[in-house]
Ligand binder design. Sequence first.
Ligand SMILES: *[C@@H]1O[C@H](CO)[C@@H](O)[C@H](O)[C@H]1NC(C)=O
Ligand SMILES: *[C@@H]1O[C@H](CO)[C@@H](O)[C@H](O)[C@H]1NC(C)=O
Ligand SMILES: *[C@@H]1O[C@H](CO)[C@@H](O)[C@H](O)[C@H]1NC(C)=O
Ligand SMILES: *[C@@H]1O[C@H](CO)[C@@H](O)[C@H](O)[C@H]1NC(C)=O
Length: 347
Amino acid sequence: MKPALLEVMRMNRICRMVLATCLGSFILVIFYFQIMRRNPFGVDICCRKGSRSPLQELYNPTQLELSNTAVLHQMRRDQVTDTCRANSAMSRKRRVLTPNDLKHLVVDEDHELIYCYVPKVACTNWKRLMMVLTGRGKYSDPMEIPANEAHVSANLKTLNQYSIPEINHRLKSYMKFLFVREPFERLVSAYRNKFTQKYNTSFHKRYGTKIIKRQRKNATQEALRKGDDVKFEEFVAYLIDPHTQREEPFNEHWQTVYSLCHPCHIHYDLVGKYETLEEDSNYVLQLAGVGSYLKFPTYAKSTRTTDEMTTEFFQNISSEHQTQLYEVYKLDFLMFNYSVPSYLKLE
Ligand SMILES: *[C@@H]1O[C@H](CO)[C@@H](O)[C@H](O)[C@H]1NC(C)=O
Ligand SMILES: *[C@@H]1O[C@H](CO)[C@@H](O)[C@H](O)[C@H]1NC(C)=O
Ligand SMILES: *[C@@H]1O[C@H](CO)[C@@H](O)[C@H](O)[C@H]1NC(C)=O
Ligand SMILES: *[C@@H]1O[C@H](CO)[C@@H](O)[C@H](O)[C@H]1NC(C)=O
């Protein structure tokens, strides 16, 4: 521990100690200090294009046109750090991360990237991109990969599959990024996708039946059996019911980003936003040195959940439930700089 501490103290001015992550299956606790790689002399020592790591490109851009973007992303990182600090009691409830907490972190060894996937935030397309990046030539066009194949877990390697030293090494030297979205828009998107469409009954059976049983008075036998007509009001009542999270963690489609990706424990180098999806995604690809031949897929946006749609769904929710729901997602709002929606009637 001592040499690591000394090193951090010595480099304190140019570097930032970002994170002390503890990983432990037993009593095993490993602290790790992430050091941002800034060049202390301000001289550009290298390089052939593509020979620098994404982290170097991000924190020490060689291209002038990228410096404004770098400033924007520094502000986003600061926002996360400040929110974590201000809400440390809430955000650091679990001080120790275990490998099991790293299941959402997809690893690309070839380009030194770690992507934490958040369902309902373009994660299918980003998983497709990660398959192209890690495929060593197997794919060239992300859209040639069928959506269901992108979700087959064996097709991508996640950080929990490595040993603890390997995990620490990758957390330290890879560029870690995630994509976030306005929390209630994401929630309505999850609701619409899982409860208002008939094509896949697994969510109806697994969650719909439970929600109706608990939240609907005088439910019919058919509704209890099928679970396929959950109302948004009932879904919200289920989410704010304290029993729900005591029983088991939320499903990943409506779990908070801070619970899926642990941004107060893992220092994300880049926070991409759904609102600027293509721009932020292509920036990641550019930093990874593949921007010239790989672009984020553009696709039809007609069925996307919008702010207007979200407003409409919330109209039927009582202000008491709105307030409680906001509390559940509050850290995601604060961390990623989403303001309180204007349609909310908070108590
Ligand atoms: C947060 O959002 C506000 C308003 O949308 C914006 O002016 C500000 O620059 C943002 N801050 C960060 C850190 O992104
Ligand atoms: C339905 O969804 C589940 C879970 O997302 C998935 O495992 C299953 O393959 C899907 N079935 C169909 C027919 O799409
Ligand atoms: C449920 O059914 C009972 C008996 O039919 C009725 O008295 C009651 O009003 C119903 N409750 C609701 C919420 O519909
Ligand atoms: C709101 O409630 C009304 C009356 O119960 C219903 O007709 C309408 O579909 C609901 N709207 C939404 C978006 O759930």
